[in-house]
Design a protein around this ligand. Structure first.
Ligand code: AMP
Ligand code: MG
Ligand code: MG
Length: 216
């Protein structure tokens, strides 16, 4: 009996899943103006056959529009002022992520980002890009919202990461609203759904850029 296999997963449509969960500047009860900024950028790369972690990208990011974190933000995320001061700004982190992504030749593979909600890739990154005038790389244009996958699999809604963990009978690990801990928990949910036989499909797509429509 030499088998070391502990779980079998259905064949997926992706070679790699990139679990991502941004944290951003915030305050209690109202929106940060003029622009919320990403302060933590964690991505966990999961193998699409074994759902094991194969690599990790993790940076804290210095906000530049509102460089001072609110006490509310620090309480929520566990990210202190010292953790973002002297860190690279978002453009530099995006470049570092691009290098990390390309070193692994991920664009030649079947890959997909996984988030909990659509906020990270549909809202935050795009709003910040518009405000700071940077292009959002094309690989962020499609993703899986794990809440949608859960709903499709179980037939009822899961309202947030903590609910999904409970529904999947998984222990929460680390601190809720720490980006890296949230990615670890979202990775566990992704793996558990696959273990129950779920085959993932993309659920979210960035809107087409204006002015790029085909003219007939
Ligand atoms: P999460 O991934 O759920 O930890 O949240 C991502 C970001 O959404 C946080 O870094 C905050 O900027 C914002 N956020 C989450 N929950 C709250 C909240 N209760 N009040 C204000 N902002 C929040
Ligand atoms: Mg999140
Ligand atoms: Mg989070």
């Amino acid at each position: 009996m030499a088998s070391t296999s502990t779980a079998s997963f259905p064949q997926q449509n992706f070679d790699y899943f990139l679990i991502l969960d941004f944290e951003a500047t915030c305050q209690d009860g109202e929106k940060i103006k003029p622009c919320q900024e990403i302060i933590e950028f964690p991505v966990i790369l999961l193998d699409g056959q074994t759902f094991e972690e194969v690599a990790r990208f993790h940076r804290y990011v210095q906000p530049t529009v509102c460089p001072k974190l609110t006490p509310f933000c620090t309480d929520l995320t566990g990210i202190s002022q010292e953790m973002v001061d002297n860190q690279p700004e978002i453009l530099e982190v995006l470049q570092e992520f691009d290098d990390w992504f390309n070193e692994r030749n991920l664009s030649d593979k079947r890959f997909i980002f996984v988030t909990c909600g659509d906020w990270d890739l549909q809202t935050q990154l795009r709003h910040e890009g518009k405000y700071k005038k940077f292009e959002v790389p094309k690989y962020f244009s499609e993703w899986i919202n794990i809440k949608e996958s859960f709903k499709k699999h179980r037939g009822y809604k899961g309202y947030g990461m903590m609910t999904l963990l409970k529904e999947m009978k998984l222990q929460h690990s680390g601190r809720h609203h720490s980006g890296i801990d949230d990615t670890i928990n979202i990775a566990a949910i992704t793996k558990a759904l696959a273990k129950e036989g779920f085959v993932f499909e993309p659920t979210g797509k960035a809107p087409e850029k204006k002015g790029k429509k085909n003219v007939r």
